[in-house]
Every structure is written in structure tokens, then in C-alpha cells.
Design a binder for this molecule. Structure first.
Ligand code: UDP
Ligand code: MG
Length: 318
């Protein structure tokens, strides 16, 4: 067990007030573990002195490492960078804001020693507003119907990934990354442990309503093409109904002569069809946008500076 090495990956965006604290609690937890570790901070283009905090840590802790981006590329990019640069036999993904309780580290490691490739820390939604938990449970019910992998409400990025799981994740090179779906997609042996929701102490959440909405849409379209199929079915149903309507009306005209043409029905039909066409166009556009982005094959992030070397050649952007 002594040569075992664990990498912590901490995506950090404007977390100056949290960096020192998270390093300290991780170090405390790891005191009791007989394994080597590194704590890899991914500074996602912070503008608040997060990077200074990280540099200070490098003097105090030999385990501290960092990657910094040239600008804010988003948490998904930060996670990807962390996974690419992590050297450990296993990686623990953790937020910088201590909302992912480090007290679970021993349990995560235990799962790894038991041979699991993913040890998932699942949070209950205690403390979330009623509106937000209703929103998320509705979302998961809907998404799980629509996509091919199953997502669990409360299972976020907080988890341990074995080297095998990390390498599998790195095989997925898509530009528009949706980690939750990717973690579910790779499969492998999984164990779930649960914890109580923790409220953020320092700083603000980086999620605005519009960011959440975009994330929700990514969840659906990143993982399947079913919405496209849905458009087709909708179109087919409407065409079928229209044909039936025409036949019935024609028979009516044949039997009773021409009725007064209905203004209301005309408008309804136009609006309905217009709406459905717009919706379909929107969905098609969504996929075309994705194809466009994929064909550009842009790197997911650019590294400004780092204290470690990437384990994969790909995507360092340099
Ligand atoms: N984060 C990041 N880049 C971003 C936004 C967030 O690296 O563009 C990091 C952030 O610093 C934190 C983690 O992702 O460590 C989770 O962010 P946050 O706490 O805002 O999300 P929430 O816990 O509210 O879901
Ligand atoms: Mg948080």
C-alpha cells in the first residue's frame, strides 16, 4: 500500500477564501492514511487572488500542485485538466468550497481498496430550497427518460476515480463536456456513499439560473439524439391528424355543402404548426451547433502555468 498515490483535483474559480482551508483539511485527513498524495488545484482563470493563495501553499506543502488557465474555461474544463495532469493511482474530485466534506475521504479510499473503480459520494438535498430540489428531481426524472445513461439526483462530481476510470474518461474527447453523463457512461464497478448537504461558508456559488439552465440542456443533448427523433414523431402525428381532418372535412363538404370557414381554426393551425416548426428548428440547430463545435477540435483549455506535467500529450494547448 505504501507506494499508492492519490491525486486530489480541486477546480477553483475565485476561491481565495477557501484554498488554504481545503488544503489544510485534506492534509489532516491524509495524516491518518498510509498513502502518498498530491493536491492539484486547477485555477480556472480566477480574478481574486486565488492563484496567490495557491502559490503560498506550494511553500508549505510539498503535496500541493497547480495548473492555472489563461482565463475562465468553466468547471468541466477544470475537471478535465485535473484528470489529465493527475499522476495518482486514483483521483478524488472535490470542490474548493468545502461543500464536499473531506471527512468522507477515508470512506472513498476504503471503496478504492475494496476494488471499486468509482466511489461516488452522493449528497441528499437537505438545506436546498424547496424550489431548487423540486426543480432538480423533476429534471432527473425527465432526463433519465430521455437519455441512454442513468443519472442519479444528488450524485455530483464528488467522487473517487481509479486510474482505469480516469483513463476511460480521457478517452472521451468531445468538446462539449457533461461530466455527470460521462461518469455514468463509462460504467465500471461503482459504490455509493451518502452525505448530508453542506452549505457554502465562504464566497458565492458560481451557478446562476441561466448557467443551470444551460447545464440542464447540455445534460439532454450531450448524450443522445432522442430529441431529434421526438421532433419527427411530433411532425408525423400532426401530419396524420391534418390528413384525418382534411378527409373528414371533405366528406362533410360532400354531404352538407361548404360551411363558413373558421377564422379560429385557421389561426390555431398556423400558430401550432409555426410553433412546432420553430421548436424542431431549434433542436436541429442545437445539434448542428454541436457538430460545428466538434469540428473545430479546439482544446478545452489553455494552461498559463503549472507545477506538474500532463500525463497525456493531448489538450494542454501548448
Ligand atoms: N468552478 C470552476 N469554474 C467555474 C465555476 C466553478 O472551477 O467556472 C469551481 C468552484 O470554484 C468550486 C466548484 O467548481 O470549487 C463548484 O462551484 P460552486 O460551488 O459555485 O457550485 P455549487 O456548489 O453551487 O454547485
Ligand atoms: Mg459549491
Amino acid at each position: 500500500m505504501e507506494s499508492l498515490m492519490i491525486s486530489f483535483v480541486i477546480p477553483s474559480y475565485n476561491e481565495a477564501g477557501n484554498i488554504a482551508g481545503v488544503m489544510e483539511v485534506i492534509a489532516n485527513e491524509m495524516l491518518h492514511q498510509r498513502v502518498g498524495y498530491e493536491v492539484l488545484f486547477v485555477d480556472d482563470g480566477s480574478t481574486d487572488g486565488t492563484m496567490n493563495e495557491i502559490r503560498d501553499l506550494l511553500f508549505m506543502y510539498p503535496e500541493a500542485e497547480y495548473i492555472s488557465f489563461t482565463r475562465n474555461f468553466g468547471k468541466e474544463a477544470a475537471i478535465l485538466a485535473g484528470l489529465q495532469f493527475a499522476k495518482g493511482h486514483a483521483v478524488i474530485l472535490m470542490d474548493a468550497d468545502l461543500q464536499h466534506p473531506p471527512s468522507l475521504i477515508p470512506e472513498l479510499l476504503k471503496g478504492f481498496e475494496e476494488g471499486y473503480d468509482q466511489v461516488i459520494a452522493k449528497r441528499n438535498r437537505k438545506g436546498d430550497s424547496y424550489f431548487r430540489s423540486l426543480l432538480s428531481s423533476t429534471y432527473y426524472r425527465f432526463v433519465n427518460k430521455a437519455i441512454d445513461v442513468q443519472l442519479e439526483n444528488g450524485e455530483g462530481d464528488f467522487r473517487l476515480l481509479s486510474r482505469r476510470a480516469v483513463d476511460s474518461i480521457l478517452l472521451l474527447s468531445e468538446g462539449n463536456r457533461f461530466s455527470k453523463g460521462i461518469f455514468a457512461w463509462i460504467g465500471l464497478e461503482q459504490k455509493t456513499i451518502s452525505y448530508d448537504n453542506v452549505v457554502r461558508q465562504v464566497g458565492d456559488t458560481k451557478w446562476s439560473l441561466s448557467k443551470l439552465l444551460n447545464y440542464a440542456i447540455d445534460g439532454v443533448v450531450s448524450f443522445n439524439t432522442k430529441p431529434l427523433r421526438l421532433c419527427m414523431y411530433m411532425g408525423l402525428t400532426i401530419v396524420g391528424a391534418a390528413i384525418a381532418y382534411i378527409v373528414v372535412t371533405l366528406i362533410g363538404i360532400y354531404k352538407h355543402g361548404v360551411d363558413v370557414p373558421g377564422y379560429f381554426t385557421t389561426i390555431t393551425a398556423v400558430l401550432l404548426l409555426g410553433g412546432i416548426q420553430l421548436l424542431s428548428l431549434g433542436i436541429i440547430g442545437e445539434y448542428i451547433g454541436r457538430i460545428y463545435n466538434e469540428t473545430k477540435k479546439r482544446p478545452h483549455f489553455l494552461v498559463q502555468q503549472s507545477s506538474v506535467e500532463s500525463t497525456t500529450k493531448e489538450q494542454t494547448g501548448q
